[in-house]
Design a protein around this ligand. Structure first.
Ligand SMILES: CC(C)(COP(=O)(O)OP(=O)(O)OC[C@H]1O[C@@H](n2cnc3c(N)ncnc32)[C@H](O)[C@@H]1OP(=O)(O)O)[C@@H](O)C(=O)NCCC(=O)NCCS
Length: 210
């Protein structure tokens, strides 16, 4: 039986240090517990966290999320949120990546999503979100769009995913624009952990064989 090796795991290379992908201006690499300080600073910023229902996070809550990303997403799925680093000065400017969600079909015909954590990403009933969050001083330079486009390509080409989604607060126009610019289109309104969200989706175009 073939065991799937998590993406980015190379013999002799520390998994935690693995670069996942590169764009013109960015490197996306796995987060480590060493990223706690800059990540906690980002998550404590009310403007960065304005569109998150839980608002800002404390240092301890950020530590818990970081540990979860490493222990659950990297270990069980082989992907997750990645440190987003500016190439020109190696500065940590945010975190972007892929998040698995479990889809729950409601009896009323509605659809709700809740975070997935059991590692069965190729089972029916999972949608994978492209997520992005940057420090405010880096907004408005096309960096989130650059990251999102590269993540879509990576998910389709390297991880062989067939479909990706974007979810956001309906008021978050910047997030909606990034999704549109990365090729996502509105599909339907859903509930994400009880909060309303538009669901935007993109599907991989099936290769045609002559
Ligand atoms: C969402 C976010 C990642 C966008 O990052 P960014 O690097 O500034 O995005 P880009 O520069 O690639 O801009 C993408 C588009 O959004 C538009 N945009 C940016 N801010 C906007 C705003 N406040 N209102 C409307 N459109 C906005 C840009 O003009 C651009 O569109 P255009 O090229 O048609 O002009 C950034 O605002 C952020 O980190 N916000 C806080 C975290 C967050 O809310 N993440 C999303 C959670 S779902």
């Amino acid at each position: 039986m073939t065991k799937r090796v998590p993406e980015g795991t190379l013999a002799g290379v520390t998994e935690a240090q693995t670069t996942v992908l590169e764009t013109d201006r960015l490197i996306l690499r796995r987060l480590t517990m060493d990223d706690l300080e800059p990540l906690a600073k980002l998550y404590a910023d009310p403007r960065v966290r304005r569109h998150f229902p839980e608002g800002t996070l404390t240092y301890e809550q950020t530590e818990e999320e970081l540990q979860w990303i490493i222990d659950v997403y990297y270990a069980r799925y082989g992907y997750g949120l990645w440190a987003t680093v500016l190439k020109e000065d190696a500065k940590f400017i945010g975190r972007c990546g892929l998040l698995p969600w479990t889809i729950i079909e409601g009896r009323d015909g509605g659809i709700a999503l809740t975070i997935a954590d059991d590692g069965t990403d190729d089972a029916a009933g999972i949608d994978v979100e492209v997520a992005y969050l940057l420090a405010e001083e880096y907004w408005g330079q096309g960096l989130a769009t650059e990251a999102a486009q590269a993540i879509v390509e990576y998910a389709f080409e390297r991880l062989n995913m067939k479909r990706l989604i974007c979810l956001f607060d309906p008021e978050n126009q910047a997030s909606r624009r990034v999704a549109e610019k990365a090729g996502f289109a509105f599909e339907r309104d859903v509930e994400v952990d009880g909060e309303p969200s538009p669901l935007y989706a993109i599907s991989r175009i099936r290769e045609t064989h002559p």
